[in-house]
Design a protein around this ligand. Sequence first.
Ligand code: PRT
Ligand code: ZN
Length: 294
Amino acid sequence: MTERLRIALQKKGRLADDSYALLKKCGLRFSIRSGGLLARVKNMPIDLLLVRDDDIPSFVANDASDIGIVGENVLMEERFTTAGDLDADIKMRLGFSRCKLCLAAPANGKISNPADLSYTRIATTYPGVLGDYLNKNNIVAKSVDMKGAVELAPSIGIAESICDLVSSGATLEANGLVAFETILDSEAVLIASGRKLSPEKQAILDKLLSRIDGVIKSTETKYIMMNAPRDRVEEITELLPGADAPTIMPLAGDDNLVALQAVCTENIFWETLEDLKDLGARAILVLPIEKMMS
Ligand code: PRT
Ligand code: ZN
């Protein structure tokens, strides 16, 4: 029987859709049934274990799963609550589900910087990460552990400030709170334990990691094409973000213009296109790249 690599994923929630989408872009074919705990990938020896995000680090650490996709915030919290005894580490940063774990307090209140926290109460669902921050910064404060709706804590009088995840900031604003310190920047990460995998599983994992790397790079990478004045090619090339040597081709019937094409590994903003135009570039096209393998 062929061995199957097992990946723990969040079943439903803010991480789930982007995790499924990433694996689909890597060529994995599967469907998620409601109520199912395991989904079988049809075209590769991989099974998906569909669980709550909080369980993912310990499932990976305890061999219920070979790898997992989880928010860095959840991994860090699990690390602190297991007192550093968690066999799960970041293998790859995935760039989605970005958020910050912030300290926030009522606008125009008594707390507007970390020094004001001394001998106050801070409500959070991240007591581990918060405790570590308070320790490292020599702040003596009480952490009030909650299961959710942390943003309501100051208005109901159970804490003077909160430590919670923020992405757009709309929730803080709607509750009259202002963030004054970021204690963790988080994004989705792929985690694995230090256990040695069998050669079969390791080969599947290596293939998957290489495809994920390709997917992440290709979303940032663009192909740019333009017609450029021959005597400005050097200046134009310098403007292209993260580009290797461009391909230059003559244009039929025009000795002063060339066709210039390059792969840019960083984002191309409108400002760059405007600067290229100022250097005489015309007919500028920016094209997405679907797949990459280096
Ligand atoms: O059921 P399960 O336990 O699996 O899911 P969950 O309810 O614990 O987690 P879920 O699905 O809400 O979030 C999963 C992961 O998404 C988190 O662990 C983070 O890594 C990441 N993430 C990214 C976020 C946010 N952005 C986010 N904005 N998690 C939570 N939020 C909260 C935030 O605290 C606020 O209350 O969403 C609310 C809206 O945020 P604003 O700032 O846009 O208003
Ligand atoms: Zn959760």
